[in-house]
Design a protein around this ligand. Structure first.
Ligand code: NI
Length: 247
């Protein structure tokens, strides 16, 4: 079930027997010559939506803009400053816990978000820790590409050039969801360079077309379907384990 298409009565009924919620979280940033700007939000959103359909877990709206300052050299990118994202995540978490959700499972699509999401969890727990009381909720963070079995599948599908940004895997997931928006682009070099990530000007100089270490021209709808199926099954198992921890 999706929170966005549920009624408040349906949510109230859900909360009578369940307390868990999956929140897809991503970014809106350039993904090279053939990747959608929304890739990092679309991937966790698609995987969570399919898990919700199969298992009945409630899925929150996608937190779809994140830490992308280093991609700001490319038009279409939107970034939050860390302080803005921390504040927004506090309000999201407080809104969910206000209504009785006690297990918040963030399914993340962007490596650059990890530090800020972890800091947001610490912010959320801190008032309880400082009061000397137990927090009545718990949060967890899982990157979709680190769900059980997914990294091995990525390696099998794309043994060369999956890369670390604008990967063949993530572009495949978006093509699975939006097959009419596939882009076929010749890329040079075939496999993009690798290097450190700093500010936006430095990023664009090091990685002129936006990719890091990848050849996403290998992306396909079929690979995306395989990745989503594997990630969905692993997500259901992992979320169910987390939701059951304190029941
Ligand atoms: Ni990405």
């Amino acid at each position: 079930m999706q929170l966005s298409t549920a009624t408040w009565q349906e949510v109230e009924a859900y909360l009578k027997h369940a307390r868990g919620l999956i929140i897809p979280i991503g970014s809106h940033e350039q993904h090279g010559p053939n990747g959608h700007l929304g890739t990092d939000a679309i991937c966790p959103e698609v995987i969570a939506a399919e898990a919700g359909l199969e298992d009945g877990i409630l899925i929150a709206p996608t937190f779809n803009v994140g830490q992308a300052q280093h991609h700001m050299g490319f038009p279409g990118t939107i970034t939050l400053r860390p302080s803005t994202m921390l504040a927004a995540l506090q309000d999201w978490i407080s809104s969910f816990t206000r209504h009785g959700f006690t297990r918040l499972y963030f399914l993340n699509g962007h490596g650059g978000n990890v530090a800020t999401i972890q800091a947001a969890f610490s912010e959320a727990y801190a008032p309880w820790s400082l009061k000397g009381e137990a927090a009545p909720f718990a949060c967890t963070l899982q990157n979709w590409w680190e769900l059980r079995g997914v990294a091995d599948l990525c390696k099998r599908l794309f043994p060369v050039g999956d890369g670390s940004h604008a990967t063949a895997s993530e572009v495949s997931v978006t093509y699975y969801k939006y097959p009419d928006f596939q882009k076929r682009v010749d890329m040079s070099p075939k496999i993009a360079p690798t290097g450190p990530i700093r500010d936006a000007a430095d990023y664009r100089r090091r990685f002129p077309d936006g990719r890091i270490g990848s050849d996403p021209s290998q992306a396909s709808v079929e690979a995306g379907a395989e990745l989503v199926a594997a990630a969905k099954a692993a997500l259901i198992a992992d979320a169910r384990r987390f939701f059951g921890e304190n029941d």
